[in-house]
Write a protein that binds this ligand. Structure first.
Ligand SMILES: Cc1ncc(COP(=O)(O)O)c(C=O)c1O
Length: 305
């Protein structure tokens, strides 16, 4: 089926028709991966549409730009307005927002001084890993591709180039018939999914790899850690050997796109009962409860769209 695109996009300061937001084929980012971006969701709530943790996402965008010395020609406030404008232009409530800033057309060298192009797209989005995934969970495999070693490509930046690693992991998993791939760090210890953080439930506590394990410091990861602790569940950030994925009572993935997705098997080995476990279910309820009013937002995460 042909991809359908939204009508409008925000590009370098203005809302324009989707088809007019183009770049030159010699743009720096196209050749060298020099872009930084965010993935943000907006939700319809009983009190109107909200953008989830918009400020935290934009803060991370600016941190990613700082790591790569990408000058940002707009402030965080201007980009927050751009997100709201593009949703309004496309009459969106439940959407995925994609701010991106990248080195545009300038010099051809690696360290060339280039102008920064900035765009914000938004489109309607349902469950990322398929409609069944949230309910019944997905299958996953441990990838033959490892994540980047420390002091190579910083995984704390959400940069275009990092997603070559993610593509290898995700495409290998799909080719082998799994729903998603999970990567180990160069240490051989658990890192994260192709585009998601990973949690294990063992003896009633949540365990997740530390940010030093070559992973993106996910905003959903932080959200779930906060919700779990608020409900008295212990959360432990620790090194996790691969085989714990097989032995855990529950495993799930999380991210802006994936939300809270149970994993029912890893490498063909059933996780727990092979269904979404009780703690995963409770976390889903607390997380989605933020958007239907069952969970009180004590943290100021629901920002007006
Ligand atoms: C590699 C990677 N890890 C983790 C995540 C989850 O991060 P977040 O919860 O901030 O969306 C994402 C998605 O942004 C990602 O691309």
């Amino acid at each position: 089926m042909a991809q359908r695109y939204p009508d409008f996009i925000w590009h370098n300061g203005a809302i324009k028709p989707w088809a007019e937001a183009t770049v030159h084929v010699m743009a720096h980012a196209l050749h060298y991966g020099s872009s930084v971006f965010e993935g943000i969701r907006s939700y319809r709530t009983p009190n109107g549409a909200i953008i989830f943790r918009l400020g935290d996402h934009l803060k991370r965008l600016f941190h990613s730009a700082k790591i790569y010395d990408i000058d940002m020609p707009y402030s965080q406030e201007q980009l927050a307005s751009a997100c709201r404008e593009v949703m309004k232009a496309n009459a969106l409530e439940q959407s995925y927002l994609r701010p991106v800033a990248f080195r545009g057309l300038g010099g051809f060298g690696l360290s060339a001084e280039t102008p920064t192009d900035v765009a914000v797209a938004a489109w309607p989005m349902g469950p990322y890993l398929g409609p069944e995934a949230l309910e019944n969970g997905i299958t996953a495999c441990v990838s033959s591709w490892q994540r980047m070693a420390p002091n190579t490509i910083p995984t704390g930046a959400k940069a275009g180039g990092n997603y070559l690693s993610g593509q290898l992991i995700a495409r290998e998993a799909r080719r082998l018939g799994f729903g998603e791939g999970i990567a180990l760090a160069s240490t051989g210890l658990l890192s994260e999914g192709a585009g998601e953080n990973v949690f294990l439930v063992m003896d009633g506590a949540l365990h997740t790899a530390p940010v030093s394990a070559a992973l993106l410091n996910g905003i959903t990861r932080h959200t779930l850690i906060t919700l779990a602790r608020a409900h008295g569940i212990d959360v432990i950030e620790r090194d996790l050997p691969r085989e714990y994925l097989y032995l855990a009572d529950e495993v799930f993935m999380c991210g802006t796109a994936a939300e809270v997705t149970p994993i029912r098997s890893v490498d063909g080995k059933q996780v727990g009962t092979g269904k979404a476990g009780p703690i995963t279910r409770r976390l889903q309820e607390w997380f989605f409860g933020l958007f239907d009013g069952r969970t009180q937002d004590e943290w100021g995460w629901l920002e007006r769209a």
